[in-house]
Write a protein that binds this ligand. Structure first.
Ligand code: AMP
Length: 291
């Protein structure tokens, strides 16, 4: 496995791999890798000849009062994990390499970015869309992998790629969880032992929402009330949003049917955790899907 920090270096290595007949996969990450990232890298390894993992804590997607400076970083550990999962190249640019002096271009996907995480993080998805478009332009992958854990991000990127005719496929991978259901996240490192014990209530709330729909509930507000009830049992958790929405528009439909996203964001100490379940809701059967 190789490591480069500069755009010219990654461009050259990708060009060489392509010249050798290898297809190119990209797995964008912010580092502090865990098995969730590992599953994306392994999937990329299975589908492409040359796997690029980018590691970049993107300042453009953090608000002024958010955790950009505190975000956990460990490039040596990430290097081992990425190599074990099957990466061929780690691209870990500096902020200056990605946003040199005079940088002035941003892309926005305003409708999908206005709700859920976007409502409390103005500018977040503008930063995400911009950095992902830059990474796609730098690497020009045949296929890029994203986790459903960040479902809104996935939708924003799919919209961006379709609207701007960006070549390459976008593939979503299911959320990897701890044994107690907590979605793996680099930000779980912020949790103290008591908070860590409280955290799986987020997944339990999603499961309760899923069960209510399975029992026939189709009113989104009633499903949200069920999920809020579970979260209320864990006083350490402070919900930011609890939603039962159409999985394409992220808006609340009058009744739940078709592709539905149950989504929760909650603060736990200084961590803000998010999780979701995507469901296909038919009249008499409800099943989990990957978006
Ligand atoms: P991040 O480093 O948190 O920006 O995540 C990089 C990529 O890994 C994104 O596409 C995430 O959706 C994905 N990811 C993060 N956590 C998980 C998880 N628990 N399971 C699957 N994918 C994940």
């Amino acid at each position: 496995m190789e490591k480069v920090n500069d755009i010219a270096g990654v461009t050259q290595l990708v060009r060489d791999a392509r010249a050798n007949g290898r297809s190119i996969a990209l797995v964008p990450t912010m580092g502090f890798l865990h098995p969730g990232h590992g599953s994306l890298i392994a999937r990329a390894r299975a589908e492409a000849g040359y796997v690029v993992v980018s590691i970049f804590v993107n300042p453009a997607q953090f608000g002024p009062s958010e955790d950009y400076r505190d975000y956990p970083r460990d490039l040596d550990r990430d290097t081992r994990l990425a190599a074990d999962a099957g990466a061929d190249l780690i691209f870990s640019p500096s902020p200056e390499e990605m946003y040199p002096r005079g940088y002035d271009t941003f892309v926005e996907v305003p409708d999908l970015s206005a709700v859920l995480c976007g409502a409390s993080r103005p500018g977040h998805f503008r930063g995400v869309a911009t950095v992902v478009l830059k990474l796609l332009n730098i690497v020009r992958p045949d296929v890029a992998f994203f986790g459903q854990k960040d479902a809104q991000q996935l939708l924003v990127i799919r919209r961006l790629v379709a609207d701007l005719n960006v070549p390459g496929r976008i593939v979503a991978a299911p959320t990897v969880r701890e044994p107690d259901g907590l979605a793996m996240s680099s930000r779980n490192a912020y949790l103290d032992p008591e908070q860590r014990r409280a955290a799986p209530a987020i997944y339990r709330a999603l499961q309760a929402g899923e069960a209510a729909i399975g029992e026939g509930e189709r009113d989104p507000e009633a499903v949200v009330a069920v999920m809020r009830g579970v979260l209320a049992g864990e006083p350490l958790l402070r919900p930011d949003y609890v939603a039962a929405v159409d999985a394409a528009t992220l808006r609340r439909p009058p009744l739940l049917s078709g592709r539905v996203l149950l989504a929760v964001a909650a603060r736990l100490g200084r961590a803000k955790l998010i999780d979701n379940l995507a469901l296909d809701v038919a009249p008499d059967i409800v099943r989990r899907i990957t978006l």
